[in-house]
Design a protein around this ligand. Structure first.
Ligand code: XUL
Length: 523
């Protein structure tokens, strides 16, 4: 008898599904619905509505609901054994928020399978569009909330992060300030994750600790709504927020809508959803404290598991709840591949292998040459006015500049992750640029640890499927162990491990101080 679990991931550009069989420990199905291509009538570009103000980024929540119908219809058509699925969970892009009026409760309870989800949801929204994580229009609200909460250090230690433009609290405050009547008519606010969980559960779903931590509204240690943060954000907010819940908490049987329409088993359980980053951590198998991954993408992210809750006094990093019950740390460096690509173009380097070759032609430490690669405004460290700076580095030396950009990125990662007090034994590297061995050698040398590549397609949806399995086993009275549960579903690429070179590591230990001085001077 197969033991199937479904994980969904509602990301910025697509909705993905992964079905795992816990019996054979295999992923048996995966599929994505791309919003722009499959649902062109919403007129989104990369999943986002084109709006005049470049700082404002919203998406239509009905598009996410329609995608849910499409993905279930696709699974049915593809012959997925939907009747054998024991539990469904999911995750969503973090921070985005959906606003309902008081018709949401009855609409969810009475989802009519003869109509589409879009038709069922007609008239339930107090705000047509949902601000998402790319929105950067709430600087004033961030400053107001931070001030009321007593500054950066206190805000971060209370809620897990300093106030950030994309976080839900500042977004709610802006809605309250700019559309007070619509705010007053809002009876319930959901995150992208809890909105879709509500459709599956047929009732307003709780917000889990993983995604709740991305709101600047939850007490990160006690895992309850923080009344001071709520008051600093908007009036009567407590009434509009659902309860908080542990990730993957059982929410009861799935809504009849999915049973009658697509053939889900009436006994299949709906479970609480989480944020895409906490889910990815599980999908990559990082369930033990100290396990760390670095994703080298458009932006670079450093994330991993943490046992004790430690927050960043400088307010640069984030702490979210983890599906394992511990914590997930995340630091996002905006100038990732973006900066590497700029340097490659600047020096006319043909491709990435050639870029790697330039690194091999230059010594670790680059004779003390440093490049601060802030081509765009940077999140960590906070740099509002973009611009690059060179220290003891000849701008005409192409090879030295190629090395300098990545050395600076890794030195910055080491410097700005110190607050976590997590000494990684091994870093799992993922994302486009992780296929470049020369880059991974610098990473290993700067960070003093082994680096191994991992490529997991749909790591967030996989993490959500594993979360469904964990929630189901827990509700059945078992005490599943996370390390056992994730084993075999994702593994680093064999033979891809790179070891640090002790001599080079010593060079970087010294260069780190110089790098920190250069940052201080530039800031
Ligand atoms: C994390 C963040 C993004 C979104 C992307 O803080 O804003 O990673 O979760 O979906």
């Amino acid at each position: 008898m197969p033991k199937l679990f479904l994980g969904l991931d509602s990301s910025t550009q697509s909705l993905s599904a992964v079905v795992i069989d816990l019996g054979s420990r295999r992923t048996i199905y995966e599929k994505s619905v791309n919003f722009d291509r499959a649902l062109p009538h919403y007129r989104t570009k990369n999943g986002v509505l084109p709006l005049r103000d470049p700082l404002v980024k919203h998406s239509p929540p009905l598009m996410w609901a329609e995608a849910l119908d499409l993905i279930f219809a696709g699974m049915k058509k593809d012959g997925v054994a939907l009747g054998d699925i024991l539990a469904v969970s999911g995750c969503g892009q973090q921070h985005g928020s959906v606003y309902f009026n008081d018709r949401i409760g009855p609409a969810l309870e009475l989802l009519d399978p003869k109509r589409s989800l879009v038709e069922n949801l007609r008239g339930v929204f107090a705000r047509k569009t949902a601000p998402i994580w790319m929105d950067a229009s709430t600087s004033a609200e961030c400053a107001e909330i931070r001030k009321k909460l007593g500054g950066i250090k206190y805000t971060a230690s209370r809620t897990g992060s300093d106030t950030f433009e994309r976080f839900t609290g500042p977004q709610i405050r802006k809605f309250f300030k700019t559309e007070p009547e619509a705010y007053a008519k809002t009876s319930s606010i959901a995150l992208v994750s809890s909105f879709l969980a509500s459709l599956l559960a047929g009732r307003v779903a709780p917000i889990d600790y993983g995604d709740g931590a991305g709101m600047n509204l939850m007490d990160i240690r006690k895992k309850v709504w923080d009344m001071d943060a709520l008051k600093a954000t908007a009036p009567s907010l407590k009434k509009k927020l659902p309860p908080l819940a542990a990730p993957g908490q059982d929410l009861g049987p799935v809504s009849r809508y999915f049973v009658d329409k697509y053939g889900l088993n009436p006994e299949a359980r709906a479970t609480a959803w989480t944020g895409d980053n906490p889910a990815s951590v599980i999908g990559l198998g990082l369930v033990k404290p100290g396990q760390v991954a670095v994703s080298l993408g458009t932006s670079d992210t450093f994330f991993g598991s943490m046992e004790q809750c430690r927050t960043d006094e400088t307010g640069e990093g984030h702490v979210f709840g983890s599906p394992t019950g511990q914590y997930v740390t995340l630091i996002c460096f905006k100038n990732g591949s973006l900066a590497r690509e700029k340097v490659r173009e600047l020096y006319g380097i043909a491709d990435w292998p050639a870029f790697g070759e330039r690194l091999r032609q230059t010594p670790p430490g680059n004779h003390g040459g440093i490049l601060l690669p802030w081509f765009e405004a940077e999140i960590v460290p906070r740099v509002n006015r973009p611009g690059i700076r060179r220290f003891d580095l000849d701008s005409a030396d192409a090879a030295a500049n190629c090395r300098a950009v990545f050395e600076a990125q890794m030195l910055s990662m080491r410097l700005h992750s110190q607050w976590m007090k997590v000494a990684p034994e091994k870093i799992l590297a993922t994302g486009g640029a992780s296929s470049n061995e020369a880059l991974l050698q610098v990473m290993a040398d700067v960070m003093h640890c082994r680096v191994q590549r991992i490529e997991v397609s749909k790591s967030a949806a996989l993490g959500a499927a594993l979360q469904a399995a964990h929630g189901w086993l827990t509700a059945a009275g078992k005490s599943p162990r996370w390390d056992k549960l994730v084993a075999g579903f994702s593994a680093p690429i064999p033979g891809s491990e790179i070891r640090p070179n002790p001599k080079a590591s010593r060079v970087y230990d010294q260069l780190l101080e110089k790098y920190a001085d250069c940052e201080r001077e530039a800031l």
